[in-house]
Design a protein around this ligand. Sequence first.
Ligand SMILES: [Fe+2]
Length: 380
Amino acid sequence: MSPVRALHTAPEYPESQRPSHVQKLERPHAVLCKASALAFLMFDKQDLARAARFWTDFGLSPVSQTHDMLVMRAAGTAPAVLVARRAARSGYTGAAFVVPDDTDFERLQREAGAKTLPSSSIPGGGEGVSLQDPDGKALWLIRRWGQLPAQPLRPPLTEQMNSIGTVRRVNATVRSPIEPAKVGRIGHVVMQTTDFATMANWYMRHLGLIPTDVQYLPDGSPMLTFFRLDLGDTPADHHTVVIAGGIENRYEHSAWEVADLDALGQGQQVLRANGHRHMWGIGRHVLGSQLFDYWYDDDGFEFEHYTDGDVFTAGHETHYVPFSTGSIWAWGDDAPASMFPKKSLSLLWKVLRLLRQGRTSVARLRMIGNEVDMPARPWL
Ligand SMILES: [Fe+2]
């Protein structure tokens, strides 16, 4: 591959101008509610003390910790961003979203089988219902959620940055503190599923999500979608939920917003110094445009720091982008091998099971394999 060809930027087509073979990701005609924010993620953890240590080094702070339950917060006003329950085996169990106060919970109970949550089970209080997504993960919807006073965040250095033609910082220096990258808020969660169509439709219907970017395979079928919240004219993050078609039903990663690039970099130093396992970064994503840095927690779950992401209002047209590894990041280190399925007997077994169940096809697996095997940045 010549460098010129490798350096090309992937095409991005507005829905109205997508190539004729590219299938439209149909949105449900009616939605059951429109989420206004991602509230918190829920994990089972074998060792709550170790979980608290990683998340603290990652830039969160504990709100409460008992023998069986750990609640972490970010600097914003949300009373929780992570809730971990002591369990025999660590695992991701689901996500909670904030919904408007007038959300019709009776309708959700009637039409979607939602179950009422006791207020005492919701960190920060309020009223909630619980659902189960098609892959078996919990989805909590919370209205009239509480708030905590925000914690101080240092002002972003971006306002003091000098660039060609713009000098803002005179007789002053850049000395960002070496400290954990203080997380301002939770950004998004990414889930892999063996049934992309069902999961994508279910999350659009239950959260009112809007597809921002749909990635498709060479045959034009959708494979991965970045969804944003429908906040009307209020700008929403490029994605709050990502559904990725794959060979397993599992949590991929979650992402957490920090003040700026210097927070990302200093946070990396703190995590490295404290012996945590780095995954990938620093780099810049293509879809969503965030500057990113990925870490593993002690159980191997991925957590991403990010800053400078795109935001869109509800009227922005859905875009379609060919699926390729090169479309994951614009620059930075090579994507680690652990991002992709390792060729092993266990992978073969999973694939054979999906084929036997009719949940994928050899042609589809070949298309995905071709894209994943293509070196995105051959010079790395
Ligand atoms: Fe991410």
